[in-house]
Design a protein around this ligand. Structure first.
Ligand code: CA
Length: 348
């Protein structure tokens, strides 16, 4: 309250009238292009990132994994099975669980792989049938993390815009078991590219609570998002930790390190027989602990349970829950919505 009064006084001195309604109108939630414009082109390819860039998001997302020879690559899964032709090119190189791990392949090997739209390795069928054809024959490749940073920085230079990066460290505990410190490697690379400061246009995001804590010890000074999900990580059993992160105690602990609390949208709004959906108290609890709230993932071809349209989902996200940021496979739709509702400046 005291701060607000000071602001009013300062504004009055400058000869402007302070209008709280106007301040509310200038609230601008952030849009993160989830794996690039992944609703339109195969996820985490440089073309998908370039297309996303042209859609004016605030951030473009990178999921970062590591090769056997220690090179950081942008790819969602630590395994290569559902987005590449690894099974055809390297038969017999899978682990005992039947999967091909990025951590078992060198960069020259990875660079031979062709990336496609996500498919079910059992049936070969696409996960999202309306998306880019899986049999296009176009040799999309996995990008190196550094190449993607160069692409975004290059576009920032040539367009004069300032699109940020929203970088996820994938499965740090798995990589630790492989003898690799992926969190440190990602922080070092972001530092090399000028991103490691509180006001840099980069956010680090991690599902692993210990890694969120250690990111500060490893020197990360920027925004830090604690990703929260119902079932925990894929390669490390931490379901209980994620349950704890949704309690007042867990929330208070994580707020010592994270600036952003980033749960799956399914934890913010749950289906309801009477009303379609019901808002949970999780976002409010995170805000009370001083964190911003970002969530994921909005897809027009796979709406959240309980929602009937993109408009309804976006209204719930921004007008009811008042998210500070949202990941979408269709960043253009979120940008269009925010502009229409006065929550994002118009295009130049
Ligand atoms: Ca991610």
């Amino acid at each position: 309250m005291k701060k607000a009064l000071c602001l009013v006084a300062a504004v009055a001195l400058l000869g402007f009238s302070f209008d709280p309604a106007l301040a509310a109108e200038t609230w601008t939630p952030k849009v993160a292009a989830h794996r690039g414009a992944s609703g339109y082109l195969p996820e985490h390819t440089l073309p998908a990132k370039t297309m996303a860039y042209a859609m004016d998001p605030d951030y473009i997302e990178q999921d970062v994994v590591m090769t056997k020879d220690g090179v950081l690559m942008v790819m969602h899964d630590p395994q290569l099975d559902t987005t590449t032709d690894v099974a055809k090119k390297f038969p017999g190189r899978q682990r005992s669980d039947g999967k091909f791990y990025v951590a078992d392949f060198t960069l020259p090997e990875i660079e031979t792989l062709v990336l496609t739209e996500r498919f079910d390795p059992e049936t070969g069928k696409p996960v999202f049938s309306g998306r880019f054809p899986g049999d296009s024959g176009i040799p999309f490749r996995l990008p190196k993390f550094e190449d993607e940073l160069k692409l975004i920085q290059g576009l920032n230079k040539s367009t004069g815009k300032d699109v940020g990066v929203y970088v996820e460290v994938k499965e740090p505990a798995f990589y630790a078991r492989e003898g690799k410190d992926i969190t440190q490697a990602v922080i070092d690379t972001l530092t090399k590219y000028g991103y490691n400061s509180p006001d840099s246009n980069a956010i680090l995001q991690i599902f692993d609570y210990d890694a969120v804590k250690s990111a500060r010890e490893k020197g990360w000074k920027g925004e830090l998002a604690m990703l929260v999900t119902k079932n925990g990580q894929h390669l490390t059993d931490d379901k209980k930790v994620h349950e704890w992160l949704m309690t007042p105690e867990g929330m208070a602990e994580v707020s010592k390190y994270a600036t952003i609390y980033a749960p799956s949208f399914a934890l913010l709004a749950v289906p309801d027989d009477q009303t379609g959906y019901k808002i949970t108290g999780l976002a409010d609890m995170a805000r009370k602990n001083g964190m911003k709230v970002h969530s994921w993932t909005l897809r027009k071809d796979q709406l959240w349970p309980g929602f009937k349209s993109m408009e309804q989902a976006l209204d719930a996200a921004f007008k009811e829950i008042k998210l500070d940021g949202l990941f979408s496979d269709f960043p253009d739709e979120v940008v269009k919505y925010l502009r229409k509702n006065g929550m994002k400046p118009a295009a130049n």
